[in-house]
Write a protein that binds this ligand. Structure first.
Ligand code: 2IT
Length: 448
């Protein structure tokens, strides 16, 4: 009753924030056995306090385009939960960004960050700015204006943004430059995903995708299986999908399907050569809206305007593009296809009913994104450590720590589900483990 009542109240209060409500519902339901075992949570109004961000900063971002026209966008930074560390999470620059999307991402980030085992709280930000077709000068001026509004709210011990969709190394560079200009101090621990020349970490660009593959390998191990020879369908072809392609190829698997907003590619041979992987990276940088050029370049099949969910010639599916990529109809096709592994990678890639449906299907193992994609922010936390110590670790060191982190996240999830009598349930396990850590800190820090 406590969980349902809280969700009902939130639905009344935030009826215009569907993504946020979906994320809350998913976490609270998945963590139900833990919440039920702790009646003191209700007394402390813990669920409502967890669902309410500590702070939501909204600001205007005014900039001038190359034609001299003044443009006005809206920027956000949601400092969701700081109980276990400074707020940490990416910035998303995308046309459709709104308060609900930023809030859902901040909420998810809180539990994901807890799962990494590192001291980082949850935050997220962004702007309703569409980076496509913008010149380098326009991107720079936008980033400078964005940071002029944001800099007073962030800092290495307060809130540490990073990239997300539409924000990569170039944008982080312009954002950091403006922060430094305004603050005067060289505080490079204020942002992660930086270039290597001013304190960025090796492996950060690859970390989310690499981490996802390390996690996948643990799931396969549990089934007495390996990644060797496996065919993987990955939605998207951004930074995360690219990291998956690289690591899967290195370990003997191959990505045979991937997609973009324009349709999907089927490459039977797999995206497994340095040339193909480099092409994907370049294609994303030059045009994040179209993956068709890959088919032309490498002579494989492109299907316009469709998604590949439900194809029979894959062993593993990894949605790695956007939220709500897989709906109930897709989920039914996936179940009918006989695929055994459904490994979420993007933040909330599965519509709630679709996720519940897949979780109930026999023969499909479902892994939740907040565990699978945690390697990205995990390596961001390692970047913060390196900046604090004013040194940089080697590639082997970071890749080794990343792998260890993913194994620990997987093991903690398995253990948490077993502890609450749920058997092998990676979705419930990850939610319980993440929730537990945040809840403990909030209970110990007092009522506020
Ligand atoms: O969704 C995510 O975890 C990220 N966009 C990365 C956040 C970070 O701080 O590295």
């Amino acid at each position: 009753m406590y969980i349902e009542n809280t969700i009902d109240q939130l639905k009344l209060k935030y009826e215009n924030e569907p993504e946020f409500l979906q994320a809350v519902e998913e976490v609270f339901h998945a963590a139900e056995p833990l919440i039920k075992a702790h009646p003191e949570y209700e007394k402390a109004d813990l669920l409502m306090r967890m669902a309410e961000p500590e702070r939501m900063i909204r600001f205007k971002v005014v900039w001038t385009d190359d034609k001299g026209k003044v443009r006005t966008n809206v920027g956000y930074r949601c400092q969701f939960n700081g109980a276990i560390g400074p707020y940490k999470g990416g910035l998303r620059f995308q046309k459709n960004v709104n308060e609900s999307i930023i809030k859902f991402l901040g909420f998810e980030q809180t539990f994901k960050n807890a799962l990494t085992g590192l001291p980082i709280g949850g935050g997220k930000g962004g702007a309703d700015f569409d980076p496509s077709g913008k010149s380098d000068g326009e991107i720079m001026r936008f980033c400078q204006s964005y940071m002029s509004a944001l800099y007073r709210y962030i800092g290495p011990d307060r809130d540490v943004p990073a990239g997300d969709m539409g924000v990569g190394k170039r944008e982080i560079g312009y954002l950091f430059g403006q922060y430094r200009r305004l603050k005067g101090n060289f505080e490079n621990g204020v942002l992660t995903g930086k270039g290597l020349s001013y304190g960025g970490s090796l492996i950060r660009p690859e970390a989310t995708g690499y981490g996802a593959v390390y996690y996948l390998c643990e799931v396969l191990k549990h089934e007495n299986d390996t990644i060797e020879g496996k065919r993987i369908g990955v939605s998207g072809y951004g930074n995360v999908a690219w990291g998956i392609m690289k690591k899967a190829a290195e370990l003997g698997g191959k990505v045979t399907y991937f997609s973009g907003p324009d349709g999907y590619i089927h490459d039977e041979d797999g995206v497994d050569t340095p040339e193909k992987i480099a092409f994907i990276e370049k294609m994303r940088r030059e045009d994040p809206m179209h993956c068709e050029p890959y088919a032309k370049k490498f002579g494989c099949r492109f299907v316009a305007g469709e998604k590949f969910w439900g194809v029979r010639d894959v062993d593993i599916l990894m949605p790695a593009a956007v939220q709500n990529d897989v709906d109930l109809e897709h989920a039914e096709k996936i179940a009918a296809s006989g695929v055994k592994y459904y490994i979420e990678v993007a933040n909330m890639p599965t519509v709630y009913e679709a996720l519940e449906y897949l979780r109930k299907c026999r023969g499909i193992i479902v892994a939740p994104s907040k565990a699978v994609n945690a390697g990205g922010v995990g390596v961001s936390a390692l970047e913060m450590s390196q900046n604090a110590e004013r040194l940089s670790w080697s590639e082997e060191e970071i890749d080794g720590r990343l792998k260890q982190m993913m194994v620990k996240i997987y093991e903690a999830s398995v253990k948490a589900a077993e502890e609450y009598g749920l058997g092998y349930d990676l979705v419930a396990g990850a939610n319980i483990a993440g929730f537990k850590k945040v809840a403990e800190a909030m209970m110990e820090e007092g009522i506020f």
